[in-house]
Structure formats: C-alpha cells, structure tokens
Write a protein that binds this ligand. Structure first.
Ligand code: HBZ
Length: 839
C-alpha cells in the first residue's frame, strides 16, 4: 500500500456540524440526512431497520473524532498499550451504550420522539453481536468499556465470526438451535480496513537454511495461507474522549497464493479454495466449559493470534520502533488459553520473520504476555492432539519442544530427581496419546498468571496449577472480576439510576464505591417506598413480556426468583428445580399450606452437544407445564423458561429480580459475573461459598446474603471419604418424594424413561452433590420466603446490596490489572480545536 501522505488530509470539521453536534435539533437533522444519504430512503418507505441504521450512523459520526484523536494521541506519545486477546467478545447492542457514553441519551430520545418514532423500539431493533458464549466473552466486553472509561491505551483483538452464538428456540420444551445471522442487515458500527490485512500460514513443513550473516535459521513452507482482514469498532469510554478499538479479524482467501492451481490452469479449484479459507471465521464454537479438540478451532486460534501479533508489530514498524522494544510497547493479556498459542507465535515471528535470537525473543515474550485462567473444571482445560497440532502448526511444535526442553531443565535444577513432577508439568502430556497442554504453555510463556476471584485464585494455586505455583510463586495473583455499571445499571435500569442519582449525584457511575452513600437512606421510608415502586414497575414490564412470549400470567408482586446463565450441571439449575417440586409437593399434600408466591424464571443456552444440559431445559419446561396449570397451586407458583437469553435480554432481566440464584457447587464456578449484575440492581442472593459469591457476601454482610451448602473443603472431604448420593435420597423423605415424582413420570405424562438419565445420574453419581446440598438449600429458601413477607425489611436488604457493590465495578478490576500486571497508565485524550470551516 502507498505510504501515508503528510497531513493535509486532517479533516476540517465544523465544531457544531451535522456530524458532531449534540443538540436535539442537530441530531434530528443528522438523522434525516443519514436516512436519505446512507440508507437511501424517503421516510415513507423506510423500515424500522432503516431508522435504526440512520440513528446508528448519527451516533457513529459522533464517535469518530474521539476515536481517531485517541489513536493519534497514543501514537504520538508512544505509550504502552494493553492488547486484550480474546476468542470471544460478547458486546451486546452498541447503540444505547454509545448514547450513554456520549452523554446524549436523553437528547437522542427527544430527537427521535419528536420525529414521531418509537425510540425504545429502535434500540430493540439492533441485532446484538453475540460473539461469545457467556461470562468469559462478556468479561472481555466489560473490560473494554472500563479501559476506555479509565483512559487506558488499549485494543481488543478477536474474531469476527459471521455467526455468533446460536439463537435458541424452545419447541415442546426442548432447545432448538438456529444460526445467528447478526450481519444480515449490515453492521453500522464497524469499519473494515482491508489495507491492513495480514497473512497467516497453516500446515506444510519447515526447512533449515543459513542466512546472509551465516546464521542458522528456520523457514516455514506452509500448505496454505489465509488472509486476515481487520474490522474495527470504536468503544467509547463513559464521558471521556478515549475511544478504544475492538479489532476483529475475518478470514479471506489469499488468492495469489494457490499458484500451483493457477499455473496448471485450474481456475475453478483455486477459487473453490477460497471457501475453505473463508470458513475459518464462519462460526463461534458454542461450547462453554468443554474443550473439543477440533482442527478448525485450533485454526481459529492461531489465525486471530497471528493476525493480532503481526498487527502490533506493523504498528511499531510503521513508527520506526525496533521490535526489541515490543514488550515496552505492548502488554498482551491472554483471555484463557484460547489465545495461548501466542507464546509460540510471538517467538516464531520475532525469530523466523524478524531475525531476533532465541534468548532475546524469549525475554520479550515472557515480559509481554500474561494469562488469565477462567476455570477449574478439568474437562475445560485445552489440550491439542499431537497429530492435529503437528499437521497444522509444524513450526510451532518445534518451538514448543525447545521451550519445553529448557523448561524441564529448569525444573530438574529446582526439583532434582522428581520425575513425577516433570511429567505432570511438561508442556506435552505423554500419559497415553500425546497432547500439547495449552495452560502449561501459557504459564511458562507469561510473567503473570491470575484467577478471577479470590477463592478461584487460591484453588488454582492449591490444585489445578499447584506445580506451577511451586515453581513460580511470584507470577500468581488474583484479579476478581467486575462488570460495567454503565451497561448493567445506567443503560439497563434507568429508573433505579435516576432514583440513585437524585439522592447521591451521578459520581457513582464512574466511582461505584460512591454507592455506599445510599446507606444513609436505608431508614428513609419514602426512599424505601420509591425503591420498591421501581422494582415493582420493572417486574410488571417483565410480566408483560412473559405474557406476550410465553403466554403465562405471572403476578408481579410475587417473589421473582431468577437463574440466568449458561445451562450446566455444575451450575445446578436442576437444584433450583428440586426446590420448585418440593414446594409443589407441599401444596399437593395440603392445598392450603402457606406458600410465599413465587415466580421461578430461568434463562440460558445449553451447548448443542450437551445432552444433560438440554434435558435440564426440558425438565424445567415440563415442571412448568404441570405446576402452572394445576388448580391446586392457585397461581402461587409459576415456572417460566425465557428463551434465547442474550445480552440484550439480560439487561431486562437483571433489574427485575428479587432473588438471584448463584447455587453452583462450591469450588466449581471460577467467579460468576451475573451474581454481580443482579446484586447491583437490588436483588438479594441465595448462594454457595463459590467464586465471587464469597466476596459479594463479605461486602454486603453475611446478614444480607442467603448462604447455604457445603464449603469447598467439605466438598473435598465428602468426596474423599466416598460420596453416596443414594443415602441422602433414602434418608430424606421430602427429597425422596421429589425424585420419585420425576422418576415416576409426574412431569412426563407417565413416561418413566424421559428423565431417567437425570434421575439415575443424581442417585448414583451426582458429581455436583445436589443431594448433599439439597436440605441446606431448602432450609435457606424457606428463610427467603419468610423474609420476603416483611417487605420493609426486604427493601432494606435490597438497598444495602446495591449500596455495597462498589468493589464489583470492572473499573476496579482494570485498575488492578494496570497496576500489578500491565504497568500501563492512563493517557488523557484532548480533542483538537478544529478550524471553523464556515458553511
Ligand atoms: O468465565 C466463565 C466462568 O465460568 C465464570 O465463572 C467466570 O465468571 C467467567 C469470567 O471470568 N467461563 C466461561 O464463560 N467460559 C466460556 O465461555 C468458554 C468458552 C469457550 C471455551 C471454554 C470456556 O472453549
């Protein structure tokens, strides 16, 4: 490409023109202009989507000056930049969030309303970029918001999947998946940059050669080359000028590469090859918490990692910065092991492509990279079969062998004569079939390793990464997750936001610890009434939605008891179901028994290949069919499964909860982040001592948290002495009655087979100890029901929960990463005075 021309082309933007102005009148004009000139429509034939696009472009125009100025400022100042590498960014809709960040939400609403359109309907029109599975992908999105809001020079690198997480429908109680065509009507937020495309090699073999300086070098002759095209999306910080970039890579065929086919005149075969390359970024793998070992998945990982590292190098090269300074200019965070191949790829690029010696390259690599672990589940730890790995990445395998040989020497020095330790820690699993262990690669190649909640980080040190902790204790730290209050309070809960701001000002939006000031109002009866009225109004809205979509009548004054997250046995949605059936049994035994009216709401997707998770969805819906329609219940219990839970929908759900279910088996949920979103919005939590629940309880106070269940040490102990679930079943009549009702076909029209896999797993295996925790859970739920009867008291707890959630802002998490791991400082971005261009 032609090098940049000097700077005559910096735009002369009128300060208050139709692309920058923030007044209602300017916004109206700009909207109409975009409808005509971008969408190419007169208003009388415009669709809802045209209106959405016109508004989106109006907003994007207002981001651009900030975005470009941010990039220019960072380049000029030569700052150190965070590169957040993540296979997933679960962004959710951009429009509302950008309006909040720009501080023009109300102005835009007024403008659109004055044009006679329904503003909320336009917000709802946006197809969300669902480029993630769950917590891990959403965390990356929250972190971009916080990095921008804190003026941290940063860039998010990931994959532009053509199809994100599948859409979920429910038919006959079962989950049905369909493809997420989020790009169908275009994406107004991204700008493609084909001029910055890079090439990624795959397959083939390696060769040694001697370079012009007489040094031995390695050359990789790939079987295939794929192009990576970057698509950039601005992420504006809240009320600041910093706009960070989300740079997602899309695969395209490198047409010129397949010269063999071209030379033999096989034009069609060469063109066909294009579709192979382009499938690389077609679809997000929909599995959370399980590694699948598919070749395409490894190809996706090397693809986005190589593109991103090459991109960083090009940024330095364009500025004339030597690559020996790579680690001074970039702090690269690996979001789980999905980008862990970066260890080998950075080595390869530095050595093979840029001629840097091994030792220097290794020092740069370790100083650059850091690794976040998100799971304790053994089945979720990524390992790649040697056959697959060597076929796709022959050069990386050589590098990994060399890293491993030096690494094992290091262990031998520190722990002589400990062969068991060597084989436990090796980057290669050689127990049976051989595998590359990605978590080990990440640990060796990084200067910092962290877990995502205090308990999780401790368990990593004691268990999953114990050997690595013994070798490098100084690398380990904890960074408790956080969530952005901009999206999960201000945008999703405007009513509560306004009430809070009316009492304590709006400083809390950037300094969430300020929420503590709400504690002063806990004894104010008017305030409590307002707090309650708001919750009721939000529940009313959700009830209306449930009526529309599920056709179920729910009572907005009943206790809204919500579990919303991916469906997984360790998260124990079925424990929640055991509680529902327990209450149902009490009613069947005595229809006049006192029951606090509850609405049980579930949302979440199951991995398409995860049979048990899908059966749990079927069970929830089947129990709902029985309970919701039994006249004995007299509408005191309702069970609702909300289909297609995603970010857009989550924003409506969190504010509507009275009770948040965080009931995973202790030691299994790394952190959880939904737990934080619920609590900020005034929900109380029922939960185990797992993940970040532990810290939430510490913050809000034990008396304001419904705790139940075994602790992690108790879980280990029980398993060690031989856990027998059947014993709990036999000795607890209420539990037995619940299981028997399922097993005898009470929720399957007498079919005793349907739920048998679930029932027998619980009775004879029960890896997640539902039966052991059952009674403690039921007792705790009875306390919840009792507490809810005293609405004044409940409201106090609800206010205190919100007031004490300051710690769980992602701003706090990002500050800790900056100080302890990245060594990156905020950089203020000042908007230049543009020359007034006149008319
Ligand atoms: O990461 C989640 C943890 O389960 C949760 O406890 C934590 O709060 C959150 C953020 O730290 N993990 C995931 O969401 N994991 C995945 O989505 C995933 C996706 C693809 C995989 C494996 C896991 O191959």
């Amino acid at each position: 490409t032609v090098p940049n021309q000097p700077i005559e082309c910096v735009p002369t933007v009128v300060v208050e023109d139709d692309r920058t102005g923030l007044s209602v009148e300017t916004l109206k004009r700009a909207f109409q202009d975009n409808l005509f000139y971008i969408q190419g429509k007169f208003a009388n034939i415009a669709t809802q989507n045209d209106y959405y696009m016109a508004l989106a472009y109006t907003v994007r125009d207002r981001l651009l000056r900030r975005w470009l100025t941010t990039a220019e400022t960072h380049t000029h100042q030569g700052v150190r930049t965070v590169a957040y590498l993540s296979a997933e960014f679960l962004m959710g809709p951009h429009l509302g969030n950008n309006l909040i960040s720009l501080g023009i939400y109300d102005e835009a609403k007024q403008a659109i309303t004055e044009l006679g359109l329904d503003f909320d309907a336009l917000l709802q029109q946006e197809e969300e970029p669902g480029l993630g599975n769950g917590g891990l992908g959403r965390l990356a999105a929250c972190y971009l918001d916080s990095m921008a809001s804190l003026d941290i020079p940063s860039i998010g690198y990931g994959i532009r999947y053509e199809f994100g997480i599948f859409d979920q429908d429910i038919r006959d109680g079962w989950q049905i998946e369909s493809t997420d065509k989020w790009l169908r009507y275009g994406n107004p937020w991204e700008i493609s940059r084909p001029e910055w495309a890079v090439e990624v090699k795959l397959g083939g073999h390696t060769e040694r050669y001697t370079d012009e300086n007489g040094r031995n070098r390695t050359r990789w002759i790939p079987h295939e080359v794929v192009m990576g095209i970057p698509y950039d999306t601005p992420i504006l910080g809240y009320k600041t000028n910093t706009a960070t970039t989300l740079r997602l890579w899309s695969a395209a065929a490198a047409e010129s590469f397949d010269f063999a086919a071209f030379n033999s005149g096989d034009y069609f075969r060469a063109v066909q090859q294009k579709t192979v390359s382009e499938t690389l970024t077609k679809v997000l793998y929909p599995n959370d918490e399980s590694a699948q070992g598919k070749k395409l998945r490894l190809a996706q990982q090397i693809f986005f990692v190589s593109c991103s590292l090459q991109d960083m190098m090009l940024i330095l090269i364009r500025q004339g910065i030597p690559l020996e300074q790579f680690h001074e200019k970039f702090a690269v965070q690996l979001n789980d092991t999905h980008p862990a191949i970066a260890v080998a790829e950075l080595m390869r690029l530095l050595m093979d492509e840029h001629g840097i010696e091994w030792d220097t390259a290794w020092r740069i690599t370790q100083k650059t990279l850091s690794y976040t672990n998100h799971t304790l589940l053994p089945e979720a730890l990524e390992r790649w079969g040697m056959g697959l790995f060597s076929t796709l990445l022959p050069r990386h395998l050589e590098i990994i062998y060399e890293i491993n040989s030096q690494f094992l020497d290091d262990i031998r020095r520190k722990f002589p004569n400990d062969d068991a330790r060597l084989s436990r820690m090796s980057l290669i699993d050689e127990a049976g079939e051989r595998y590359v262990r990605m978590a080990h690669l990440a640990c060796v190649g990084s200067h910092a390793i962290n877990g995502v909640a205090a308990l999780h980080s401790e368990l990593l040190k004691q268990d999953v990464l114990r050997d690595f902790y013994e070798l490098y204790p100084e690398k380990f730290s904890n960074k408790t997750n956080g969530v952005t209050p901009r999206r999960f309070m201000v945008l999703s809960n405007p009513r509560l936001t306004n009430l809070i701001t009316s009492k304590i000002g709006d400083g809390w939006i950037k300094h969430l610890d300020d929420l503590r000031k709400l504690e002063a109002f806990v004894e104010d009866a008017d305030f409590r009434q307002q707090w309650r009225d708001i919750k009721l109004a939000i529940k009313q809205d959700l009830a209306t939605y449930i009526k529309q979509v599920n056709g179920i009548d729910v009572d907005p004054t009943s206790l809204f008891d919500i579990q919303a997250k991916r469906i997984h046995e360790y998260k124990r949605q079925h424990l929640d179901v055991l509680h529902i059936i327990t209450l149902y049994n009490r009613i069947k035994a005595n229809p006049d028994v006192h029951i606090t009216p509850r609405t049980f709401i579930f949302g979440g997707k199951a991995a398409p290949g995860y049979f048990m998770a899908k059966l749990i969805i079927k069970l929830i819906n089947s129990v709902g069919d029985v309970v919701n329609n039994d006249p004995d219940v007299r509408d005191r219990l309702k069970v609702v499964f909300l289909k297609d839970y995603n970010v857009k929908f989550a924003q409506r759900v969190y504010p509507a909860a009275d009770l948040s279910e965080q009931i995973s088996l202790a030691g299994k949920e790394a952190s959880g982040t939904g737990n934080m979103k619920f609590s900020m919005n005034g929900s109380l939590t029922i939960g185990t001592l797992d993940g970040a629940n532990v810290e939430i309880r510490d913050e809000v106070g034990a008396e304001n948290f419904f705790l139940f269940g075994l602790t992690t040490p108790e879980v280990y102990e029980l398993k060690a002495k031989g856990y027998n679930p059947y014993h709990y079943y036999e000795s607890n009549p209420a539990l037995k009655a619940v299981i028997d009702r399922i097993a005898s076909g009470g929720f399957s029209n007498g079919d005793t087979n349907l739920f048998n896999p679930l029932v027998s797993t619980l009775l004879y295996k029960d890896d997640y100890l539902l039966l052991a925790d059952y009674q403690s859970y039921i007792d705790c739920q009875d306390r919840v029901s009792q507490t809810y009867l005293d609405q004044e008291y409940w409201t106090r707890l609800s206010i205190l929960n919100s007031a004490r959630m300051g710690k769980f802002s992602s701003d706090r998490s990002i500050r800790e990463y900056c100080e302890d791991i990245w060594y990156v400082k905020p950089v203020a971005v000042e908007l230049k005075e543009y020359v007034q261009a006149g008319t």
